[in-house]
Each structure stands twice: as C-alpha cells, then as structure tokens.
Write a new protein. Sequence first.
Length: 367
Amino acid sequence: MNAFGARIDDTIRNFSSRMARQSVGRKAAIFLLSVLGALAIGAVFLAVLKVNPLTAYYYLLIRPFGSFNSIGEMSIKLVPILLVGVGVSFTFSAKLSNLGGEGQMCLGAVGMTIVGTSAWGAALGGWSIPLGMLAAALFGAVWAGIAGLVKTCFHASEIITTLLLNYIAVQFLSYCVYYPLRDPGGNIPQSAKVAAVLPKLFSGSRMNAGFLIALAAVVIYAVVIRRTPFGYRLRVLGGSVPAAEYGGIRRGKYYLLAMMLSGVFTGIAGAVEVAGTQTRLLEGLAGSYGFDGVVAALLGMLHPLGVAAASVLLAVLSAGAETMQVKTGVSSLFVNVLEALIVLFILLGMSYASEKKKPVREKEGAK
C-alpha cells in the first residue's frame, strides 16, 4: 500500500514540476490539442457503434448551451467542480496531492446544514448563509488539515490518507442525515431545508450566487499563488523541495497550510451545494465532484484560467451526457472515456514538451 502510494506520489510530483516549467502559451496549446485528440478518438468509437459523431457531439457539447435554462443547469455543475479544482490546485502547486475533495465537501455541507437548520440560524435569516459558509470552510480546513498533519508528523502518503478520510466523511454524512440532522417531519433520510438559500441570479434559471463565489475563488487563487509570498513559497516547494529548504522554507509548515487552504475551498463547495442547489443535506451530495475537481486542476495545469476552462469543459460534458444518451443511445459513461483520453494526452504532451527542452538546457550548460 505504501509502495503504491509512493509511486502515485512520484507521478504527480513529476507532473507538477513539468507543468511549472512550461509557458502559458504552451500549456494552452497542449490543452486544446489534447481535447481535440480525445474528441477525434471518441468519434472513431462512435462510428464503430454506428452513431453519427456530429450528432452525438451536438447533444454532448452544444445542447447544454441551447437555452437559458440549460445554461443554468450546467452552471450548477460547474460551481462545485471549479471550487474543488481551485482548492486542490493549491496543494498540487506545492507537489502535495489532495484527493480528499469528496470528504471535505461532505464536511462543508454538514457545517452549512448545522448552521442553516438550527434555531439561531433561522433567527439570523439571510445572515445564516455567510455564517454557514464560514462553518463549512472551517470544517473543510480541519478535515484536510488532518491529512496535512499526518503527512508532516509521520511522513505518510497524503494520497492514501485523503482517500481514507473520504470514506469516513461519506459515512459521517450518512449518519447525520439518518440521525442528528434528519428532518423530523420527513420520511426519507435528509435534513430539513436550510433557513436561507443563495439567491438566483436570473429568473427562470437555477444559476445562483454560488457562480459568483466560484469566480471569486479563481481570482483569489490567481492573486495568492502569483502575487503573495505564501504563493511564491508554495511554487518553490513545487519546483524543488531541496532548494526550498535551502532557502529557509519549512516544508512541513507549508504542506499543512496548503492542505488546510485547499480544504477551505472544497468545504465551501459543499456549502454552496446545500445552500444553492439542494437546499438541504442529502446522501451522495458530493457525487463525483471531488475527483472531477482534481481532473480540472490537472487539465488546467494549475493555471487559474486553465482550471476555469477545464471546469467548464467537465461541466458541459456532465450536463450533456444524459441528453446524448437519451437522443443517441450512447451511454453517459462515454464521457469518462473522453476525460481519460484528455488526461492521457496532456500527460504525453507535458512529457514531450519537457523532453524537447532538455537539449536546449544541455547546450546552454556546455557553453
């Protein structure tokens, strides 16, 4: 188990280092070519299934933008993916892996529900939303901080730790909706509705203020990671741990802080899902958003705009998958194949770009 975790650790760390060495233009080119390559191979699969690729891709990629209402549906899938993607980008920037987005979302959702369904939450009305967000951020940070603390104190693989914490958090959420937070007037395991919900941005659409929160998260990530000493130190750790330690950067301290900051954003993702989309705590609320956020961070190559673009792509694929299945008979699981191909092509592209740079560096060294 430890050997397996160490191997995955090395893979992600090498990937992070390669990304750090590439220009923004090259990252954008790799992303676009990877998407086009995946769609091309996907078209071959569809042709083998005797399905018109243009028809399938229309329902998958174009139809989600076909109406104001469908854009709203796509946006509520985008928000948690983007928030989790921003959160895990902090840890990946420091060569630290956070695969615990699902568990941190669950804890954030529980925190929001505790505030939103309490008597004093009802008394606060609309003010219960920022207080619930604060509770969600705290719950997410503490849950992610456990993995960071174990990494710092015992040098355990944070990949294994965060994955195990996911299972605990999911079961804890189930316990909450069956027992302490269950709606006493309901017949199914769910909480009562929270006292206040995020306002809708447009009438006739489910797009809510969570969309603005997600956009703010992208801006915060861009500023922190690019314009602050804290972000600089994370990027130095991501580039070279020995160099960072030689420069006086305490690896354990920044690993813990990066993990907790990551948990803040993933916890808020859970709060937005409760207060913006579901209006109550439900089993399975986090869905696949925890891992979709990781994919968005990797596809976006840790660049703020890249993570946002990758999150939009994943949200569109998720929103269009069911329509494609109904209209063409192609399983919605086809989307998972496309996502896997995109990740594969990005890994190959980053590897090729890094290898191409080596001779240049060697020549410069010879001079």
